[in-house]
Write a protein that binds this ligand. Structure first.
Ligand code: SF4
Length: 61
């Protein structure tokens, strides 16, 4: 599973970074992903982060 953050949508609330610091980090006021491929054991948590993002900026595929 892959994960990306749409920087045009991200408001920099840091919710995803707080929940999953191994996957998301802040960079210049928006979140970025630290991994290209989500480790299998974090897949469900990343899906939750995508659902919980207030502006739906996190895309999983
Ligand atoms: S939860 Fe969404 S809006 Fe908040 S920092 Fe993460 S990607 Fe950006």
């Amino acid at each position: 599973m892959k994960v990306t953050v749409d920087k045009d949508l991200c408001t920099g609330c840091e919710l995803c970074c707080d929940a999953l610091p191994d996957v998301f980090a802040m960079d210049g006021g928006t979140a970025v992903t630290k991994v290209d491929e989500v480790p299998a054991e974090l897949a469900d948590a990343v899906k939750d982060a995508a659902v919980n993002c207030p502006v739906e900026a996190i895309k999983v595929s």
